[in-house]
Design a protein. Sequence first.
Length: 340
Amino acid sequence: MINKALKNWWQSLVWEPGDPKLLAGGTIKIAAIGGGTGLSTLLSGLKYYSSDISAIVAVTDDGKSSGKLKQEFDVLPPGDIRKCISALAHDEDLISNILEYRFGKVSKSLSGHTLGNIWITALSKQYKSFAKAIEVSSELFNTAGRIYPATLNKVDIAAEYGWSQKVIGESKIPRAGKRIARVFLTKRNVQAYKKAVFAILKSDLIIIGPGSLYTSIIPNLLIRGIREAIRKNKSAVKIYVMNCSTERGETEGYGVEEHIETIKNHAGKLFDLCLVNSKLLQKNKEHSKLGKINNIIANRENILGIDIINRDIIDRKNPLYHDAQKLASALIEIYKDRKK
């Protein structure tokens, strides 16, 4: 514990002139809440501005490798955790190449699994603790912060459609091809992971998203302890990062208002600011039809009581996603402006 504290202290002193951490005004305590590709993209950029990042990750993934390991070994799904470890690693390219290696069909037992998922699962069994497996991995791979599951309870996400139709399982929800009325957790009284709650309470900046609205962001906010911690932290700047595009199977035809309204309907008001991409690069004429994907922009300064901040944060080469560096820079700029 002492060695870890000394290490963090030393890292805070070794900034060079022009270091983004200095440009950010010193180390900012950041809590980033989400899951999937969106959260790992965010972390990949944020780590240059702070070494005190806490990633709070949804654990309702049930697809592919994560789903198989979850079922066979009775562990929480490791996939999104693995991505966050890679994103926060000091040498991201090296660690990502290792952890993201996926076994081919040459092996029946390992086919389809990533090395990182197997690693986390093995450590979970070794230490008899999923949380300890993440902690050890973060230490070994020298991450710029901590990764916490939103809960240690084993739970799935379910979606309800019209006429009481429902689907259980994160991977099945986008495949239903229907408008989602609401999502809910399959267990009541899911307990928030205490370290995740503490990280939110002590943060200077709380970021919700980006990520799949119904299957990466809202599952975290459905946990009472997580959303209460966000509300209780009165001093933090709280920002919701809007996705750059709609998502097939979840948010076709949605704009900024529909995203904000959906979060409010599931978890109440949790933020005052919403960061929206300002560049429109991909647009279909039939944008209202299911299956059509478009960039999301906003032409209003306030939507449903939330201040809208427009910035060019899109990845020009892949316009469905954010540019990690532009996104992180915009968030730190907004934080500094609000703190003034």
